[in-house]
Structure formats: C-alpha cells, structure tokens
Design a protein around this ligand. Sequence first.
Ligand SMILES: [Zn+2]
Length: 250
Amino acid sequence: MLKQFDLGEADKIITFLTKDYGKVRAVARGVRKSKSSMSGIVLPFNYNLVTIYRGKSIDRINQVRNIFSFNRLREDLVKTAYASFVTEAVERVSQENQANQALFALLLSTLHKIMVEEEKLPYIELIFKIRLLVVLGLKPQLDYCALCNKKAGSAERYFFHTRQGGLICPECFQQNREEFRFQGYVLSARLVKTLAGIINTGFKSLNVIELSEREYRQLDQLSNEFIKYHLELQLKSYDFLHMIKKLGET
Ligand SMILES: [Zn+2]
C-alpha cells in the first residue's frame, strides 16, 4: 500500500504497487467500518494479496489477504519516516498498467532492510535512491564518458556530472572547463568503485560499504541531484525524514 484517502462516509481510495500491473488505484468499500475484513489494506507498507474487480470508472477491491505485515516499520517513528519516503518516491515514479518487477522488488527489499538493519538506515536510503535510478533506466554512467562515450580509464579522481548523467573524461572536462567549473563532483576512485558496487549489486553492498562522513555526503548529494534533475521528484516525506534525522542528532 502506497497511499490512501477517504471517500464518502466509509470508503477509501487506495493506491498500491503490484507486481504484474504496476500502480493500481482502487476503492475499498466500507473499509472504515470497524468490522471490515479489509482493514489490513489501509495499514501503511503492508504487503497483501488483493483481488480486484475491474470497474468502468474505478476498480474495486474485493478481497484482501495479508502476506507480510510491516508492523515494525509503523511502531518506530524513525523507521516510519524512512519507509514513508520510500513509498512516496515509488508512488510518484510508478505507472498505472505498466509492470516494473525490478521496482516492485526494490520496494519490498528496501522496506525489509529498514525493518531489520536499523543501524544502517542512512546507507539503506542511499542504496535505495541509486537503485531507484537503475530500475527506472536512469543508471548513472560510470564505464564510459557521458559526453564522448570513450571508455573510462583508470585515474585517482574522476569528474561526475549529474546533468550529463555520469563520468566525464579528462579531455571533455578540459573542453567544457568554464561550464563545468561550478557543477559536478570530483570523486575518488574508491568512491566511484563504491557507487558502481551499489549500482550493480544493490543491497548486497550494504555489508561491505564503509564511507567517511564526507564521502557519504558526496554520494547523498549526487543521488539527490540526479533524482531531482532526471526524475523531477520533490517529496514531502523527504523533508519529514530530514527533520527526524536532525532530531536524532541533537
Ligand atoms: Zn569524453
């Protein structure tokens, strides 16, 4: 379940992500009455088996069976903040009637990681953001220069340009020096390797990833900028997550 709002006295419109049909919006009749058998569907983050009647104007939820309840995400404010950010992002980027099984798998595994690996929440957020780009076909380009397509050689430092979508070779950087002066990121070879690990292996890199505060900030900013520019996403829940993080620091 990604999103919900009330309809009339007792109903709700529920938006959820499905494995086979992408994003689905359907009405749950009577769900706000206390005895409704469908009440599990309105719990945020829950993973359900849902039977739907396809209607002319709007689809109707007929039956709900819970497969996995992410109740431990709802009981902890910090985890709720992370999970809300993840579900809002997925809600915004997913399409109706267009299955994206990689996106579906990413949503499930991210919620699961938030639940069980609480000491790694900032890394989980980072991996989610980068993998979100990958499953939407917007993989940051690290193997070739994003401008001239030349294979990236080995170097100690690399220039990464978010708007161009990836690494820029030294020659292209020189040619566009004026334009690039105040844009982009200079990344160490180590950081490029970490980024490649996240792109290619997703949450498997969670066990090996170790960044200094500065390195984390670089990848965090880079992924935020990439998402903002290429996906045009601005999320309310992201501000909330920031507020919760700040509270945790004081
Ligand atoms: Zn180039």
